[in-house]
Design a protein around this ligand. Sequence first.
Ligand SMILES: NC(=O)c1ccc[n+]([C@@H]2O[C@H](COP(=O)([O-])OP(=O)(O)OC[C@H]3O[C@@H](n4cnc5c(N)ncnc54)[C@H](O)[C@@H]3O)[C@@H](O)[C@H]2O)c1
Length: 400
Amino acid sequence: MKKYLVTGAAGFIGANFVKYILKKWENDVEIVILDALTYAGNPLTIKYEMELPNVTFVKGDIGDRELVSELIAKYDPDYIVNFAAESHVDRSITNPRLFLETNILGTQNMLDCARNAWYLGKDANGNHQYKEGKRYLQISTDEVYGSLSKDFDTAQPLQVTEEVSKVIEGRTNLKTFGEKFFTETTPLAPRSPYSAAKTGADLITLAYHETYGMPINITRCSNNYGPYHFPEKLIPLIIKNILEGKALPVYGKGENVRDWLYVEDHAKAIDMVLRDGRIGEIYNVGGFNEEQNINIVTTVIEIIARIMREEPKYQELLKCNLEDINNNLITYVADRPGHDMRYAIDPTKIAVELGWYPETPFSIGIEKTIRWYLDNQEWVESVTSGEYQNYYNEMYNNRK
Ligand SMILES: NC(=O)c1ccc[n+]([C@@H]2O[C@H](COP(=O)([O-])OP(=O)(O)OC[C@H]3O[C@@H](n4cnc5c(N)ncnc54)[C@H](O)[C@@H]3O)[C@@H](O)[C@H]2O)c1
């Protein structure tokens, strides 16, 4: 039985991670969730999980020293997984300070509380000793590496090494827009307040390992997509706007390239690193799915239009005419300042060391995601109306 303290699990990836480990390990895990329920945290996302006897939800801030120390003392987690963060780049441009507070100082607080609870002192050789089996995992992003150049206008075949090709058997026809990739040793070069704050968090995590010998790992992941994604991010926003017949805003010319990873594949990678990753190591997690933003948008338009034609029951979700679902909805808007051109992860290390690979090709993952949104409009509605923000209070008050 492993015990997890998961922060930020009312958000997109954290919630998907909790669902994944409950599915994989069933009752063989105990989970404590710590989430401040900012605008991005939606308790409705984990409503079912919060009712389970092996899941405890605590509303609170990762920067709250007393609370975090108390939780670690009370629940004695084997693993601490820190997802909690301010995560939206556009918001970091308007309010950078909040990003530094949550992402850097919050992370340092989590590390420090874990160190105090887990540290046993030095052995005869002067090596730091920690309680057996404890591990702190910092969830990071490929954005800490900055931006890569886009060397090709159209995608070119991607060649992988023989050892990687053995692991990723099920994935073929890989492609790329460039010659260079982010590896774990790529120099850190963040370019937005969001990525600078995430870089700060990574560096303080590494410093706790170097200075105090803390058992840590860092995972750096590419863009995630999938169910429960807040509709301010590209894919859920596009789905929502298409159903409403609204314009689809695309930055610049839509040429920026991102490496898209289905969120469940990310959850799997995190759990593998916690259980089998080498202490102190960083693991890059990528999707082998480089795609230009404009192609993401046109693909989503095409799939929604097809589903609507083939399964007319979904047409009741439309607030526009089916014929209006086409590329004329796309509107190009002024580019984001400092917009990174291309991200592309080289996941060789995690593939070769842990046998992980991104199992879900984009064509499958995007259709699953779109169908999830079509079937869960209630969730989208609760997020859009802000109603989800009342849910926790209602639930809490009803229980008193
Ligand atoms: N979304 C992506 O594509 C992506 C890619 C790579 C890495 N990441 C990283 O993964 C993590 C999760 O991302 P996400 O997209 O799920 O984010 P999200 O914005 O959906 O969720 C963040 C969660 O953290 C909570 N939170 C915020 N501040 C908090 C605080 N001070 N104390 C406690 N909880 C707090 C929010 O309430 C929310 O539930 C982040 O660290 C992000 O940097 C995200």
